[in-house]
Design a binder for this molecule. Structure first.
Ligand SMILES: Cc1cc2nc3c(=O)[nH]c(=O)nc-3n(C[C@H](O)[C@H](O)[C@H](O)COP(=O)(O)O)c2cc1C
Length: 297
């Protein structure tokens, strides 16, 4: 059984934050969802202190092999999450990781303290892909800002903290080392890569927020390279993600050093993708010793 920062998981497949709405899925599929839950740990959509409506539409653009989104973190805010979403997420049959993002260090500390005090929560993911209103820098792109953010919140909760890194950084391994040095118990990557699409006739930006984040198959090689670089640079467990759509993709991320793997965009195409990918990965792993024996013999 995989262990993620001291939390036992029944398998190595998580969802990527913001790509699987377990509450809506439970409404649609009822208890059948719980009987065959597609993930081994559930990661919530990122929450912020204040409720957010998200970005103006349109928010999605399909690319040749992926998707651009500018959802903009719509969420009920901390109080709404604790009152309405947390009780429902606590019914899921797997450990719960809550993703949080603060627009300054005080907000992040408040989120970590409030979420970390709840016994339903097993892990906290710090979504560091945000502009810091205090410093003006994108926190997750800068090792010093990342270290400062993690250091500031480390003492606010005893739960394991996973720092989610931005791929839009000059040196993701340096950012990962900074997060580890400041007390992060794990790191996760990649988040989406900044991108843009134009309306086919007006040539104006298609997305309401002008630009968005690229995910899906298109980012898979970037994720593989960055996960490999980060896994080689830190001792803490790495949650690998980015374009995972098959057991083979998951096996690739594990091969370069990820401890566990998260599935994101593929769940929009197939809500049961997590389960299929787990089964494909298990088949690959059980076939491996035979193949290796074959080569030796
Ligand atoms: C529609 C959408 C919403 C997302 N929302 C969040 C979010 O709330 N918090 C976060 O940390 N990442 C968010 N992400 C990024 C994913 O968690 C993941 O890091 C990224 O999409 C790469 O994985 P993938 O290629 O498998 O989708 C979102 C991605 C998509 C496509």
């Amino acid at each position: 059984m995989p262990d993620l920062c001291g939390v036992q998981l029944r398998g190595p497949i998580l969802n990527a934050s913001g790509t699987f709405d377990a509450i809506a899925a439970r409404r649609a599929f009822g208890d059948a969802l719980l009987d065959a839950f597609p993930f081994d740990c559930f990661v919530s959509k990122t929450i912020t202190v204040a409720p957010r409506q998200g970005n103006p539409p349109p928010r999605l653009w399909e690319t040749a092999s992926g998707m651009l989104n500018s959802i903009g973190l719509p969420n009920k805010g901390l109080d709404g999450f604790l009152a309405h979403d947390l009780p429902e997420l606590a019914r899921l049959p797997v450990p719960l990781c809550v993703s949080v993002m603060g627009f300054d260090s005080g907000e992040l500390a408040r989120l970590v303290a409030a979420v970390g005090a709840r016994p339903e929560v097993a892990l906290i993911e710090l979504n560091l892909s945000c502009p810091n209103v205090e410093t003006g820098v994108l926190v997750g792109a800068d090792p010093d800002a990342t270290a400062a953010a993690v250091e500031r919140v480390r003492a606010e909760a005893e739960l394991p903290l996973i720092a989610k890194l931005s791929p839009n950084a000059a040196d993701p391994a340096a950012v990962a080392r900074a997060a580890e040095g400041a007390g992060a118990d794990g790191v996760s990557l990649i988040n989406t890569i900044r991108g843009m699409a134009l309306h086919p006739t007006t040539r104006e930006p298609w997305l309401g927020a002008r630009s968005g984040g690229l995910s899906g198959a298109a980012v898979r090689p970037v994720a593989l390279e960055q996960v490999a670089a980060v896994a080689a640079a830190v001792e803490v467990p790495v949650v690998g993600m980015g374009g995972v759509a098959s057991g083979r993709d998951a096996a690739d991320l594990l091969a370069v050093g990820a401890a566990v793997v998260a599935v994101g965009t593929e769940s929009f195409r197939d809500p049961a993708a997590g389960r299929r990918i787990s089964a494909e990965l298990a088949a690959i792993r059980s076939a491996r010793p035979a193949a290796e024996r074959g080569r030796v013999g």
